[in-house]
Design a protein around this ligand. Sequence first.
Ligand code: ZN
Length: 299
Amino acid sequence: MPRFNRRARLDTSQVEDRRGVGGRGVVIGGAGGAAGLIILIIAVLLGVNPPPGSSPGQMPTANVAVVTPGETPSGQSLAQECRTGADASRREDCRIVAYVNSIQRYWSREFRRRGWRYTPAETVLFTGYTDTGCGEASSEVGPFYCPEDKVVYIDLGFFNELRTKFGARGGSFAQGYVLAHEYGHHVQDLRGILRRIGNSRQGPESASVRSELQADCYAGVWAKHATRTGFIVSLTRSDIADALNAAAAVGDDRIQREFQGRVTPETWTHGSSAQRDHWFTTGYRSGNMNSCNTFSGHI
Ligand SMILES: [Zn+2]
């Protein structure tokens, strides 16, 4: 785990806690069977949410999930529990706040330096499923950024899945990487890059893969500067290895080999393990978003 600045004041207004809220307590999913689930995870894992009309809530999911309202998270609200960097060392949800604060402080400074305008994006923590600007979302889809409401959605249970389902070794900085990847999509959105994806949604050099790899690269850029944001005191090699390990664990080739038994690059949406490792590393080494030009040449 990175060392957090014990005295840093956390800004909990950037994170909304909907865990245990559950919404309507209705049964969702049930249509697709196991194959549906696998396709769904491949399609949107760490992804940009598809535009309305193909929202994840409308896709088939394998499990019939019954959300129980009133299943509240233990302890008090984030605002009460997550005050300083010391709390980030103590509690996972406060750590999420610290990562979000750090990522957005970096990008707001970088945008200002370049004469651009950064608009902060909220992260919503949820369990089960939740309503989003991109439709109803189940946690089966993995963390995602919704360009319609400009919000990052994440069920913290995903980090257990990273270990149990995707074979990542876990580690706290994997969370930093995942959040920074999603905020990478927000940066793309603010810069008008997300609109470029167009119809090229699959294949090893598709616009979708190029966009995902750029988000990985932006995550690396933030990691390079994370200790200068005031929230994180130090990052070790082992922290960076946690990020790379998580990025590789969700590579399209690795997921396909594991869940469909063979690798079909023509259906890649996020890039291979090697590509994701390469672009995170590129961003981390340069610390400069200009190095993240994944939209031209070979990737
Ligand atoms: Zn993504």
